[in-house]
Design a binder for this molecule. Structure first.
Ligand code: AMP
Ligand code: MN
Ligand code: MN
Ligand code: MN
Length: 301
């Protein structure tokens, strides 16, 4: 924690980590252990943003009180984005998956609860199909192993498959499994219909939260497509984009800072921490946001 010249706490320079996972989705730590690690790592505030569920927030909130660290109730929603309208006339019309983080949400809001339940629907079947597809290339029984690794069975996803496949010695780490088997065009990838962008932002803002576009640099969009996505996100009620995230390479911090300025977005910072060893960045360890950007947490209560 750093004090400003008036010796009062300056929220602009506090260490906020606004993107983390727990065992309620595909993280490796329990919510309490995540919060304790964030405190130990020097965070002033930590958000829990599990994929498509809020089950870990109550435990994390209690742990944060005990550990004397500010806690932000969050979620990370899976969204299918069809791309630019004119793109549908070209050959490649498959939607891409994007993630929208909600910060400062009321997890009991009924529209949010129903919305994220609808996103979760079909996850288990998708995983079963992934297992069938991988068995066609001789990798048998991996669905059952991935399911065993998912503490929250409703939230079985590609990360659990990746861990199961590393355990079998099929690749040296989770990232390598994704590259070889689990990304679009690879045998274990199953396309899936998630929420639409407008619904996702509405569920977040309707629950009192702010909508943040997660790791925009990961979507491999052209500049034109990125501008289309940011325009649509803003029109849908999006407030901020992640600029400094564990999913960005260093040069992308400046790139997405420029988009934030250009579009008038606030900026977020989050490690996208999933677990020690597995994740490149520990909670709170990323560089700070560029000083001229407005941190998204300045509007969180
Ligand atoms: P799912 O929601 O089942 O499609 O899984 C998405 C999750 O997979 C993300 O939240 C990341 O945790 C993980 N993931 C996606 N791509 C990669 C990658 N290239 N390397 C490592 N993990 C990845
Ligand atoms: Mn994840
Ligand atoms: Mn994500
Ligand atoms: Mn994430």
């Amino acid at each position: 924690m750093i004090a400003d010249s008036n010796n009062s706490l300056n929220i602009f320079v506090q260490n906020f980590d606004c993107h983390n996972h727990s065992t309620y989705s595909d993280g490796l730590l329990r919510p309490k252990d995540l919060v304790d690690l964030a405190k130990k790592s020097g965070c002033d505030a930590v958000a829990l943003t599990d994929h498509d569920n809020t089950g870990g927030l109550a435990e994390a909130a209690v742990a944060a009180l005990d550990a004397d660290i500010r806690f932000i109730r969050g979620v990370e929603l899976s969204v299918s984005w069809p791309g630019q309208p004119q793109a549908s006339e070209t050959a490649d019309i498959s939607p891409i998956t994007i993630h929208v983080v909600g910060l400062g949400i009321d997890p009991d809001n009924s529209a949010l609860v129903a919305g994220i339940a609808s996103i979760r629907h079909g996850r288990r079947d998708r995983a079963r199909q992934m297992g069938v597809s991988l068995s066609r290339m001789g990798i048998n029984g991996i669905f059952e192993e991935a399911l065993a690794l998912a503490e929250n069975k409703d939230m079985i996803g590609r990360t659990h498959f990746a861990r199961a496949m590393v355990a079998r010695g099929l690749a040296k780490n989770v990232g390598a499994v994704f590259g070889k088997y689990l990304t679009p065009g690879k045998p274990g990838f199953m396309s899936h219909q998630w929420a639409n962008l407008c619904d996702a932002t509405n569920w977040i803002t309707g629950a009192g939260g702010v909508a943040v576009l997660a790791h925009p640099g990961r979507y491999k969009l052209s500049k034109q497509e990125m501008r289309a996505l940011l325009t649509e996100f803003k029109a849908a009620g999006g407030t901020a984009i992640e600029v400094v995230t564990g999913s960005h390479e260093k040069h992308q911090y400046a790139e997405y800072a420029a988009y934030a300025r250009d579009f008038g977005f606030m900026a977020s910072r989050g490690s996208d921490f999933h677990g020690p060893v597995e994740s490149r960045w520990q909670p709170g360890a990323l560089p700070p946001l560029p000083a001229d950007l407005t941190p998204v947490w300045s509007v969180l209560r």
